[in-house]
Design a protein around this ligand. Structure first.
Ligand SMILES: Cc1cc2nc3c(=O)[nH]c(=O)nc-3n(C[C@H](O)[C@H](O)[C@H](O)COP(=O)(O)OP(=O)(O)OC[C@H]3O[C@@H](n4cnc5c(N)ncnc54)[C@H](O)[C@@H]3O)c2cc1C
Length: 388
């Protein structure tokens, strides 16, 4: 097979990239390891920056998003038992956030791929990248027991944190920056009405987050030790712990019910530099991971796709300046989101080895945010995301 851009991975980054390139007249073939239903069943992110909403609208994916998504104009943070810090995004930063599950975005992307006849090859194993530093790079993989080869101009590595693409950058040419956090998030989905707002909490037992997927589907998380397993967390234990961590005036409104999904995710920050090597470009989780505290992972993947499509479109029109500086451009936003997600994580969790001093520092940060509108404005601006 031959195409202009071979894309590895059909998660949000790879399938969005293929869609936008197609709409801008550039051909691609997407090679995905999993089956379509497996990708669609993965429960992941849920909160979109407004910039991401506008980008999805601009490629024709706005209709269901606006019908089924839920706008959030503020976030509340509970701390020191009953105190509540209110950060009003819309008033302070001029934009809201949108709760709309990654599962739905993926459904919308695959529906658009079908409508526009995009070439996504599911269940492709043994993907290998070849000759990225030459003018004739190619990708090989196995599907239906046969080895296939795609010759291309460029390769986009959109294959997430466990993909093969980042490994195509030689060890000597690659820098990895990493922070692993000493706790995990136990998350549940329940078919119960969510709270009207996004709510975070810092409590002596640890962090908690109340989020949503739709008006009858709630997503809740509590910080837990990394060694814990879901078997140790009955639904009753989960609800008791969640409600205890929230300020009582918020906790009393949580509607409990059986969980329909329960999992524990470790938290990590990681950045791979550079995000381009020869004819290959990384986008999304293939290049960076953030802890979900700042709701940035999916939004960063969408931002990378924006920068990469702009760069490829200009390149094929005769100007390669943006393509040459893709890594530099994308990394500016990446590091800003990595810093914000790290800061939110430190602000809102309890670390196993910390002392009373660290907690006093955290509470002073929260007290300052409560007193100062300028401080809240700065957080609001970073939470809703800067313009591209
Ligand atoms: C449990 C969990 C909860 C999360 N919660 C949030 C949240 O609340 N907010 C937020 O903003 N972000 C969250 N994230 C992060 C967000 O989901 C990711 O940032 C987002 O999925 C990134 O999209 P992507 O397309 O770059 O990567 P992925 O979604 O990982 O997609 C990569 C694709 O590549 C495929 N692939 C991998 N290896 C290969 C290979 N060798 N060959 C071919 N295909 C391959 C994979 O099957 C996958 O389909 C969460 C992530 C997880 C895991």
């Amino acid at each position: 097979m031959k195409t202009q851009v071979a894309i590895i991975g059909a998660g949000p980054a790879g399938s969005l990239l293929s869609l936008i390139l197609h709409q801008r007249g550039i051909e691609s073939i997407v090679i995905e390891r999993q089956s379509k239903s497996y990708v669609l069943d993965r429960i992941r992110a849920g909160v979109l920056e407004w910039t991401s909403v506008e980008l999805l609208e601009s490629v024709g994916l706005g209709e269901r998003l606006h019908k089924e998504g839920h706008r959030h104009d503020r976030v509340k943070i509970g701390w020191r038992g009953s105190e509540i810090l209110d950060i009003e995004f819309q008033r302070l930063a001029g934009k809201p956030m949108m709760a709309y599950g990654q599962t739905k975005i993926q459904e919308d992307l695959y529906a658009a791929a079908e409508r526009e006849n995009l070439n996504i090859i599911f269940e492709s194993s043994d993907v290998e990248i070849h000759d990225v530093t030459t003018d004739n790079p190619y990708v090989t993989f196995t599907t239906n027991g046969e080895t296939q080869r795609v010759d291309c101009d460029y390769i986009a590595g959109c294959d997430g944190q466990h993909g093969v693409s980042r490994g195509a950058i030689p060890f000597k040419r690659r820098s990895e920056f990493e922070r692993a956090y000493p706790f995990g998030w136990l998350g549940i989905l329940s078919e119960t009405p969510p709270l009207p707002e996004l709510v975070y909490a810092n409590h002596k037992n640890g962090f908690a987050l109340c989020s949503e997927r739709n008006p009858m589907l709630s997503r809740y998380y509590v910080q837990c030790p990394l060694e814990d397993t879901v078997d140790q967390w009955s639904d009753d234990r989960f609800w008791t712990e969640l409600i205890e961590r929230l300020p009582p005036s918020i906790g009393e409104h949580v509607v409990t019910g059986p969980s329909i999904e329960k999992s524990i995710a470790p938290l990590r920050s990681q950045v791979i530099e550079p995000m381009q090597y020869g004819k290959m470009f990384l986008a999304g989780d293939a290049a960076h991971i953030v802890p979900p505290t700042g709701a940035k992972g999916l939004n960063l993947a969408i931002a990378d796709v924006h920068y990469l499509t702009e760069a490829l479109v200009e390149h094929y029109a005769g100007n390669s300046a943006k393509l040459d500086s893709y890594s530099e451009t994308a990394l500016r936003r990446v590091w800003s989101s990595v810093r914000f997600s790290w800061w939110m994580t430190v602000l809102l969790h309890r670390f196993p080895e910390e002392t009373a001093f660290e907690q006093r520092m955290r509470e002073e940060d929260l007290a300052y945010l409560t007193r100062s509108e300028s401080a809240r404005k700065s957080v609001a601006e970073q939470y809703v995301g800067l313009d591209y």
